[in-house]
Design a protein around this ligand. Structure first.
Ligand SMILES: O=C(O)C[C@@H](O)[C@H](O)C(=O)CO
Length: 272
């Protein structure tokens, strides 16, 4: 199996708390992006001291309360299944803070991290403030929920989006990359993809490749898998009959999403 493909681990941390993914630490070869998925049974708690990381808590499903210092945000979350396709609530917490999530119902949260040293205010990102964007044409259509885009200065490094791609379509397509710290031409951003499918037995194909093909891996991502994109192009193809959901976390030295398409496939954008 590719070292870029991570299967759910389901490690029980404490009563009612299961770590589904923990993509943090040096073994993942990521400098700027960290990612966890945590399942919480109703009434359970998960908390962290963030030290040198900022964190965006995305309530994937269920309802939770989030506490940071004096701030308590209650009953966050809007959906029981990500395929309800409505935006959800998130909370941005800056480095060196301590936060706690309490499950009001059974819930799944995504924790998106990046190194950070400058304190910013804790911020509730409400579902009804999320910009919903429709991108692409022909078999290249997808719907994007911009949770923390680069136009929103609430974070130091983190960029977070959710993407829905319908059956038979492609997204993150035509293939694009953002692996050069060379603005204004291109930014360097690492990225993770947390995938879900509807129905659950579905799968998608994701290719991660560089121009010189020193990296060229095509993976089958199944429900709950994470794909790591340290560099290179990273398109996703969705087979007929299945809808794809993924949550992207991106971060790098500069908080700007400036990508370039693979020139061989640029013509796809330019069709009438
Ligand atoms: O437009 C899409 O299909 C989503 C991608 O842009 C995805 O968020 C990504 O690859 C970011 O670089």
């Amino acid at each position: 199996m590719s070292h870029l493909l991570k299967k759910p681990q389901h490690v029980v941390k404490s009563e009612g708390v299961t770590i589904v993914h923990d993509i943090t630490g040096e073994q993942n070869n990521l400098e700027y992006v960290g990612f966890k998925v945590v399942d919480l049974e109703k009434g359970s708690f998960y908390g962290e001291q963030l030290n040198g990381l900022e964190c965006c808590i995305v309530v994937l499903t269920g309802r939770v309360d989030v506490k940071e210092g004096e701030e308590i945000f209650e009953n966050l979350g809007t959906r029981d299944n990500v395929f309800e396709q409505k935006p959800t609530d998130s909370v941005y917490v800056s480095n060196d803070r301590i936060y706690e999530v309490k499950a009001v119902t059974d819930a799944r949260v995504a924790l998106c991290y990046s190194p950070s040293s400058e304190q910013l205010p804790t911020k509730l990102i409400k579902a009804d403030s999320i910009d919903v964007e429709h991108r692409g044409k022909y078999n290249n259509k997808r719907k994007v929920h911009n949770i923390l885009p680069d136009s929103d200065p609430s974070a130091n490094s983190l960029l977070v989006v959710e993407v829905y791609t319908e059956s038979g379509n492609w997204s993150s397509y035509p293939p694009h990359k953002h692996d050069q710290d060379n603005l204004p031409e291109e930014s360097f951003l690492e990225e993770t993809y947390y995938h879900e499918m509807d129905p659950q037995q579905g799968f998608v194909f994701q290719r991660v490749y560089t121009d010189d093909r020193s990296l060229d891996e095509t993976m089958t991502a199944e429900n709950g898998d994470v794909v790591i994109v340290p560099k290179g192009y990273h398109p996703v193809g969705v087979p007929d009959g299945y809808t794809s959901y993924y949550l992207n976390v991106m971060a790098g030295p500069v908080r700007k999403w400036k990508f370039n398409n693979d020139e061989d496939h640029e013509w796809i954008v330019n069709r009438d």
